[in-house]
Write a protein that binds this ligand. Sequence first.
Ligand SMILES: C[S@@+](CC[C@H](N)C(=O)[O-])C[C@H]1O[C@@H](n2cnc3c(N)ncnc32)[C@H](O)[C@@H]1O
Length: 183
Amino acid sequence: MGVVPRTVQKLEKIWHLHPQIQKIYSAPYRWVVQREARMAEINREDRVLSLGCVAIPFSAIFLKEYSGAPVWALDIDAQALEKAGQLLRKNGIRGITLLQGNGAEIDLSQFTVILVALQVEPKKGVLKNFFAGAPEGARLIMRSPRHLFVPGYDPLPPTPQPCQRISQPLITFGGSVLYYNKK
Ligand SMILES: C[S@@+](CC[C@H](N)C(=O)[O-])C[C@H]1O[C@@H](n2cnc3c(N)ncnc32)[C@H](O)[C@@H]1O
């Protein structure tokens, strides 16, 4: 991981039990995730995976809130997951299951929607795993780093082309894209 993603990961591990910081830090993502949930037409029948959750799994929390679907939050880092578990328990948040593993390798056959954090790598490997292992009709959302941040984040691969794209107003990423698994 680049310097920015590593810094974000460290800060999340420090801030995970500070409610005020969490609220301010995650606030811009509320709208971002809402737009992503609309783009992917997520509903309560879906089985949703938030890939790369760290210690403050706000994408998973907002996905749960907007869809009512069962949500899994995955990270490769066991320490991050332990802290995410503390946060969920402290806030009495239910319906989010934490999983450890590599998104480029784990079995995706049970998930119908996957939201990939900007910091996740390798994006090419995650996409390959999605098209090979996710069920027909599954949707995958990725965030596209702004040009300035491409050296710090793994960029989206040139192929396959996403089927939809929306703009996002964040400093680090200007858009979210959607891939659809036709099989
Ligand atoms: C800094 S975060 C941001 C996520 C944010 N808290 C959220 O809810 O959207 C990205 C995390 O992705 C994890 N990660 C990166 N590549 C991964 C992969 N291939 N599989 C699983 N987790 C990965 C890193 O360990 C890091 O903790």
